[in-house]
Design a protein around this ligand. Structure first.
Ligand code: IMP
Ligand code: MG
Length: 190
């Protein structure tokens, strides 16, 4: 039996969905695209990571962007409620350190599931008079949504509607350190 048992539940990685090498290739492509999209624009470019899931993706992404004046900032949010379902109620634990006024902002997400976290943050940041706001998400889940999604300018991968872990994404705080993206399986432990 593989995996680990926590609180009577066996957690194991059912399969690898996206290998590490493919992730690295795609992130370099996104970095090149962002570099060229902002090349002629002299406003400051601030990459805003949504903690904690976006940290791994963002660390690789910023090193793939060629721009000497790039800066980074972070915002920490959490949806209320536990487990593998998004509740839509967003709470801010840590706000941005810097002002975004007059800057081009790229909001970096790990995954867009319901899209509610993103819609909330896009609205919040847009009210602070940035020159522009774009969204870059490592993953986009293919699923029906009740609310329309905001425009997502950069997407790493479209994935099926399954619960995934690794490359920053967690289950109960674990698995963020995996270099690849996997599908988690939960079963009752004997
Ligand atoms: P949304 O507000 O429903 O789009 O949910 C966004 C947040 O839920 C993400 O930033 C993740 O932290 C979390 N999330 C959604 N789907 C998954 C998943 O498959 N694995 C791990 N976390 C997920
Ligand atoms: Mg999470």
């Amino acid at each position: 039996m593989s995996g680990i048992v926590i609180d009577g539940q066996r957690e194991s990685i059912e399969r690898e969905l996206i290998p590490a090498e493919r992730i690295q290739t795609r992130v370099r492509e996104l970095g090149m695209q962002i570099s060229s999209d902002y090349a002629g624009d002299n406003a400051p470019l601030i990459i805003v990571g949504i903690l904690r899931g976006a940290v791994v993706f963002m660390a690789d992404l910023i090193r793939a962007i060629d721009r000497p004046t790039l800066t980074i900032d972070f915002i920490a949010v959490s949806s209320y409620g536990a487990s593998t379902k998004s509740s839509g109620v967003v709470r801010i634990f840590k706000d941005l350190n810097e002002s975004v006024e007059g800057a081009n902002v790229i909001l970096v997400e790990d995954i867009i599931d319901s899209g509610l976290t993103l819609a909330y943050l896009l609205d919040l940041i847009s009210r602070r008079n940035p020159a522009s706001v774009r969204i870059c998400s490592f993953l986009m889940k293919d699923r029906p949504r009740e609310n329309p999604l905001p425009r997502v300018d950069y997407i790493g991968f479209d994935i099926p509607d399954e619960f995934v872990i690794g490359y920053g994404l967690d289950y109960a705080g674990r698995y963020r350190n995996l270099p690849y993206l996997g599908v988690l399986s939960l079963t009752a432990a004997e």
